[in-house]
Design a protein around this ligand. Sequence first.
Ligand code: HXC
Length: 508
Amino acid sequence: MEETFNTRKQILQEHEKKAQHKQHLKGKLTARERLSILFDDGTFEEMATFNSPYEGVSKSSEMYGDGVIVGQGFVQGKSVFAFAQDFTVQGGSLGKIHGEKIAKIQEMALKLGSPVVGLLDSGGARIQEGVQSLSAYARIFRNNVRSSGVIPQISVILGPAAGGAVYSPALTDFVFMTNKTSFMFLTGPDVVKEVLNEDVTLESLGGGQVHAEKSGVAQFLYDDEEHAILAVRKLLSYLPSNNYESLPVVKNFEFFQSKQEMLNKLVPEDSNQPYEIKDIIDILMDKDSFFEVHENFAKNLVVGLARLEGKTIGVVANQPKVLAGTLDIDASVKGARFVRFCDSYNIPLLILEDVPGFLPGVNQEHNGVIRHGAKLLYAFCDATVPKVTVILRKSYGGAYIVMSSKNTGGDFNLAWPSAAIAVMGPEGAVKIVNRRELADAEDPVALKAELVKKYRDEIANPFIAEEKGLIDEVINPSETRSKLVRAFQILSTKQLYRPSRKHGNIPL
Ligand code: HXC
């Protein structure tokens, strides 16, 4: 018996040595090295180590673990399940046993209410195993869907994720990629050449940058594996382990007390002048707590997790620096997905608004901005978590409604004195409403300026919205943090019942 134990230990060591040699040559870590970064020191316990579809494989290190290490450990003291694919075993391809090992830990994690992290490095379905490999994928995908909204699921792509390997990540909550060493594609460059006669490289087809900036498949992009995996640890620190658990609370928090006054001056009076919304988020939230999600995709909307007095908050904010903060297709999809995530895990939402409207244009209309914009609208209307909106400056038209306005279910809707809430901006409104007067005017420029001022004073100002009950309070910017702390404190007991139904039909 002891001999068997020793032989197995030797197999693991031999395999790790070979794997290190192969992976390090490609600038990549081994599956085991990756897991040791993810978990608190020495806490990872491997499961099903010697499961194998091949007889006698326990005597060799060649097919070690069928190309995947699965198990459980602790991240900041919290139980987390993980799998790490081993590219040195048949390209990390997914066969029957490989797939079963992943499925078993998914099922156990769901039963126990623990997050699952997948570290992927795989050539996709193992070609030699045919339909068995495809059905193993199907079981994994189904588990992803069953776990969605119950336990956080995170995918980290650290090499190729080809074919079937891409759909599990796409079904999880967050996808991390590394620059230059990770790729995701359904069909590789060879197939693209064969079918379309187009030459593409792995990088230009499905590299980290492509998915973080263009397709939006990846929410996070890092230069190397270590930073990517450490960022997963950070992300987990904001999240509960499941949808029933309370949010984690950080006891020792600090905030920029001395900077609160700066908020009175950060938003330029000229409504066309851009500014950095993240400066405002940083001042409002606990010091260094803002962790941006989807940083490189649809930059006109900023979303991310932060802490307010140590408690997790989801922030959704228009970014006036990019496309003047307008909402477009990508921003709508990005925002909707984030709001749905926060709502699933009871993370309250803070909405910071400075939005001139939806981005106009044939391209947007033809690509379905109505359908995609509706996703964000649906997500906010459907979210039952506490929602607090602060209107900083522009809040026009459909975008006003969408961004968690009072009648979509906003719990507290606050505005700074600089806010302008209206069907459209003053310039556009005056051109339509006063067209005839302007055409007949002796001095149309002077008249226009006068009408714009009148519009601002009488229609597009926050005090009017406050009088009509559509803004709860116009506040001084410098008191925003204390107002938010109080609002979220009060809202912590919020309970909202919805009519019974199987599920709504979100405009997917
Ligand atoms: C079996 C595979 C494999 C696979 C790679 N290997 N992919 N074995 N099934 N899917 C093996 C290779 O034969 C090789 O074995 C070893 O892994 C390393 O592969 P290389 O090609 O030498 O590595 P590299 O040059 O780094 O290229 C990696 C790669 C490439 C880009 C991933 O291997 C590749 O294109 N693989 C096929 C990708 C693909 O089309 N997958 C889709 C499968 S269909 P040896 O013995 O030589 O070391 C699918 C459909 C499921 O997944 C749909 C579900 C929705």
